[in-house]
Design a protein around this ligand. Structure first.
Ligand code: KMH
Ligand code: ZN
Length: 275
């Protein structure tokens, strides 16, 4: 059986990573644009995007997303996947703002969980509202699942007509409060997917590269970047998400996978053509 090309996603900024943890975190639109271009050159076809105020505070401000998206598009052809998760504690209205920028893709967080010492709230009414707005704007959702029950929730919502199947899932593994990043768990999660669905894996912290490798060997896709992990190897900071993308590209090739171009990734992810 021919395996699909691997879609590599770079989560270049996030909401939690700080400049104290790594000086390489991009913050301004220009920095995000430059970093996205380096990631694209290293093999990323999707940029998972958060934005910050100049002082590094996470925000879902529409104008800042517009600016960052323009800075990215001016430098490279990638699928921009805007976050609707934002940072813990943000309201639904704040989190939904980037959907007004008409990105090609956005995250749809499938359920609530303890998130470290915080709680990340994604109640069903919020998931339904975000899904409806994405459908209306033809924005393709990536279904963020932090635990097995979140997959079951997506399938239940699909039964209600809220989510279209087949869909693209992202298994976020290793959040304190979510499912642990183990091979046994990944096989269990993948076993829950209906036919035709695709999956991506975002391993947190030191699990990033090993879980990416496993996913790529299992026929899945992979995410890396400073949002989830700041280290290239033990004690060595990545100089940017692009260094991690370069590692993923090597792992994909070693697994016998081609790297998806943005055009191929759009086909695989069923992203509608834009004017
Ligand atoms: N910052 C996390 C609480 C997403 O981008 O949709 C949620 C998050 C998920 O990063
Ligand atoms: Zn995110």
């Amino acid at each position: 059986m021919q395996t699909e090309p691997a879609i590599l996603t770079a989560a270049i900024c996030g909401a939690e990573t700080t400049r104290e943890q790594t000086p390489y975190l991009p913050i301004t639109a220009e920095e995000l644009g430059e970093e996205a271009a380096r990631c694209a050159a290293a093999g990323a076809s999707v940029i998972h995007l958060h934005v910050r105020k100049n002082d590094g505070t996470p925000t879902q401000d529409r104008a800042l997303f517009d600016k960052a998206i323009r800075a990215i598009r001016a430098r490279c052809d990638v699928i921009v996947q805007t976050s609707t998760g934002g940072a813990v504690g943000m309201s639904a209205a704040e989190r939904a703002q980037p959907l007004d920028c008409n990105p090609e893709m956005a995250t749809l967080n499938a359920g609530s969980l303890n998130f470290g010492e915080d709680v990340f709230l994604n109640p069903f009414p919020m998931v339904r509202e975000f899904a409806a707005r994405m459908r209306e704007k033809r924005i393709v959702p990536e279904l963020e699942c932090y635990d097995a029950g979140h997959i079951e929730s997506c399938l239940w919502l699909a039964g209600q007509g809220v989510i279209d199947l087949p869909a693209h899932f992202d298994f976020v593994m290793g959040v304190r409060g979510g499912i642990a990043a183990t091979e046994e768990n990944l096989r269990f999660l993948v076993g829950k997917l209906p036919p035709g669905c695709s999956f991506n894996v975002a391993g947190i912290g030191r699990f990033q590269l090993p879980m990416a490798e496993l996913s790529l060997r299992m026929g899945g896709h992979a995410r890396c970047g400073l949002e989830d992990n700041v280290y290239l190897s033990k004690g060595v900071l990545a100089k940017g998400s692009y260094e991690l993308v370069a590692e993923l590209s090597k792992l994909a090739r070693a697994a016998g996978r081609e790297i998806a171009t943005p055009a191929r990734a759009r086909q695989l992810l069923r992203i509608p053509a834009r004017a």
